[in-house]
Design a protein. Sequence first.
Length: 561
Amino acid sequence: MEKRMIVAIALSIAVLLGYQYFFTAAPPPPKGAVAPAGTDNGGAAATGLAKAKPGEVAPTAPSAAGPGGLAPRTAAPARKIFVKTPLYTATIDTAGGGIPSFLLNDYKDIPGPAGKPLDIVGAYPIRPEPLSLYLDEYRPALPPSPVFSSGAPETVEVKGAQPRSVLLTWESATGVRLAREYVFRGDRYEFEVRIQASNGSREPVGARPGLELSQVFQGELAGDSYAFYGVVVDAKGGIKRYDLKDISKGKVEKGPARWTAADAKYFTWIVLPEREWTVERAALLGETGVVVAVADTAVTLQPGDMVRSSTQVFAGPKQSGLLKALGKNTQELIDYGWFAFLAKPLVFLMEASNRVTGNYGIDIILLTILIKILFYPLTQKSMVSMRKMQELAPILTKLKEKYKGDPSRLNQETMNLYKTYKINPLSGCLPMLAQIPVFIALYKALLVTIELRHAPFFLWINDLSAPEHLWDISVAGYTIPIRILPLLMGVSMFAQQKMTPSAGMDPAQQKMMLFMPIIFTFMFWGFPTGLVIYWLVNNILSIGQQILYNRQIEAAKAAKA
C-alpha cells in the first residue's frame, strides 16, 4: 500500500509538472486635435469616427490630388506622444501609430520602494509595435510604417472618466488617407482604437482595417516555466491557447474571433472588436516575442469611398473583476488549470479574508487551517486504519513467511485478515490522494493570482508569488539560493513520518519513505513562497493532529489497564 501511495504521489506530481510544461476623407487635424472624444473641435467628430459603424463604406468628396505612388503627401517628422493617466503612461509612436511602451503605475518591476512602473510591452525597440496597423492587404501597398501627423501635444493628461482622444492622420500623394484615433479614459485600463481609410485617388484601393498585436515575453512577463504565455483566441470552438512552441509550428488557426490576446502570466493585451475580426496570422518575434494580426472585413474602396472600424483594447493586469467587467468571457484568461472549480473558491476565500487581515501570507495560513478542518474526519479515519494495520503487522509477517511461495494464497489470506478486522487497506492513502487536487488547485491559484504578486508576508519574505530568497552561495561554479522555508518544510515532513505508524513496512520501504522529505524539499525549492507556507503549515497541523490521536490511544490503554 505504501508503494502505491508513493507511486500515486509521484504520478500526480509528474502530471502537474508535465501539464504545465507542455500544456501563450479625413482632413488634416487642426491644432489642438487632442480633445474630449466626440467634441466638434477637430477631434473624433471632425473625422466622423465617433459615429461610424464597423465596416461602413460611405462616400466622401473626391480628392484633387494627381496620379502618383503611395508616398506621403508631406514628410512628417516621427515623434512620441505620451498619454498619462492615473493608471498608466502610454507612449504613441507616430511612426506606424503603435504603442512602444505601456507603463503601469500601480505595478512595479521589482518588489519594494526601488521598483519602477512595469512596462508590459516587454522590450524596446519592438517591431511591429503593439497596435500597429495591419497593412498586408492594402492595394496599392502602403509604406510598412507610415509616419502620421498629429496636432496632439507631446504630453496628454487624462484624468477621471472624461475621454480624451489622440488623432493621427496620413495621406499619400494620390489622396489615399488613413486616420487613427485613440480614445483614453483615466479610470480604466481599456481604451478605444478607431481606424479609418478613405480613397481620394482616381483608382480603386483595396483596404482592410486591422491591427498587429505584439509583445515580448521577457523577465517579469515570461513568469516561469509553469505559467502560460503566448496568444489566446476566443473563437467559435471556445478559448484556445497557443504557446511559443505552437506559434513556431504554425498551429494558430486563421478564422473569426470574438477577441484575441497576447497573454502573459499576470498581464495581458486584449483586442475586443465591436464585431468579430479575423485572426490572419501569428508569428514569433525573435525567440521570446509574438505578433498576431487581426483584421476586419476586406473592402475595395472606389474613388471617394471610406471604411471605418473600431475596437476596444485592454492593456493591464489580469484581475478577475476587471476582466469580468470587459465581458465576452475574458476572465477565462486567468488559467487555473484542470481544477479551476476548486481554485476559484480558494481565491475567493483568500480575497475575502484579505479584506480583514491585509496580509495574504496570513490568509494562506487561515485557508490551510480551513482545508485541514474539512479533511479532519478523513485524516482521522486514516490514522485509525493505519494504527490497526500496525497492530496486524506481526500476523502479516507470519503470513508472508507461510505463503512466500504462493502469492495467490498470500493475497487471499491477507484480504481475509482485513475483512476479519474490518480494515480498508486503501484508507491510509485516501487523505493524501484526496488532497492532491486541492494542492494542485491551490498551486495554480497562488501561481496566477495577481494579488499575490509582490505581496509581502513578514521580515525577509516580500513576494509570496516567487521563491523565497535570502542570499546566494557559489558551489563549484554554480549559484545556489539559500531558503529557509523549504528546509523547514522538509524537516516537518520528516517529523511527520517518524510519528506515523509504519503499518508493517519492510526495511526497503522504510528507506524509500525516508527519501520523500528530501525529494519534496528539492521540488519545493523553486516553488512560490505562498505554496511552501501552505505545505509547511499543513504538515505542522498534521503533526498536531497525530499528537492528539496518540494521546487518545495512550489514554485509552491506561483506562483499560
